[in-house]
Design a protein around this ligand. Structure first.
Ligand SMILES: CC(C)(COP(=O)(O)OP(=O)(O)OC[C@H]1O[C@@H](n2cnc3c(N)ncnc32)[C@H](O)[C@@H]1OP(=O)(O)O)[C@@H](O)C(=O)NCCC(=O)NCCS
Length: 210
């Protein structure tokens, strides 16, 4: 069996040979100075390929100060997107109208607070989720469909709702610490694939020996 190939744009080929053109390895599609995306992280959308970056993060501009950092093996379902810091209008005064952007001489809001959005590895973001500015999602977390994530999400938490709150933790704290130490997503792909039965079944003993 060939190994997963992180250099592909369209990584899903159906058993009948049909290549899915809606599921993309983001790293090979997006060339954006404010985005860092790890290998094997995919996004499904039905828009134009060239519009992937703006579908994923509509307010992250080339000149934005914040970054969107996405780890490895992140799974982002259709309809989900990131609202990053550059989406914010000034709120300290009386009006929120962004007067400055309508004149080239004043364009920009470099005095507004900005924060990176960070998604850890092996995070699953369900359909139609919205991730708000500056949120950090820990590795192994699950974001339920149609959630609006406004606060940081701990590693291996399942969160859902608007605003998203913790539905449950996937593992006890001690196991989570061990999984973060193990960081299987940083293993060579040969080792990952050789240990898929243990990864898929949750056989931690086998992973400890791997
Ligand atoms: C998050 C999810 C994985 C939960 O799975 P689960 O652990 O089996 O959870 P359950 O269905 O047992 O529900 C547990 C609780 O979470 C709540 N919940 C489930 N999905 C929710 C959602 N999208 N938003 C808010 N709450 C949700 C349930 O109502 C339940 O609450 P209760 O305990 O008060 O009754 C699943 O609901 C989900 O959203 N999957 C995403 C599917 C998707 O978007 N796929 C796109 C293609 S990849």
């Amino acid at each position: 069996m060939p190994l997963l190939d992180p250099s592909l744009i369209f990584p899903v080929t159906h058993p009948d040979g049909r290549v899915s053109r809606t599921t993309l390895y983001l790293k090979n599609v997006i060339d954006h100075p404010r985005m860092d995306i790890g290998d094997y992280s995919y996004f499904t959308h039905y828009g134009k390929l060239a519009e992937t970056a703006e579908i994923l993060a509509p307010y992250l501009f080339e000149g934005s100060r914040e970054r969107l950092i996405i780890g490895k093996f992140v799974q982002i379902a259709r309809g989900s997107y990131f609202i990053t810091s550059s989406a914010n209008h000034p709120m300290a005064g009386i009006t929120t109208y962004p007067f400055r952007i309508f004149k080239p001489e004043t364009f920009g809001y470099n005095d507004l607070p900005t924060k990176d959005t960070i998604v850890g590895s092996d995070v699953w973001i369900g359909h139609d989720a919205v991730i708000m500015p500056g949120v950090q999602i820990g590795a192994g977390a699950i974001v339920a469909a149609a959630s609006v994530v406004t606060r940081n999400v701990p590693a291996y938490a399942v969160v859902g709702g608007n605003p998203a709150s913790i539905i449950r933790m996937r593992y006890p704290d001690t196991i989570i610490a061990e999984l973060l130490e193990l960081a299987w997503w940083d293993w060579p792909i040969e080792k990952i694939e050789a240990n898929l039965p243990a990864l898929e079944s949750g056989d931690l003993d086998a992973l400890r020996r791997a």
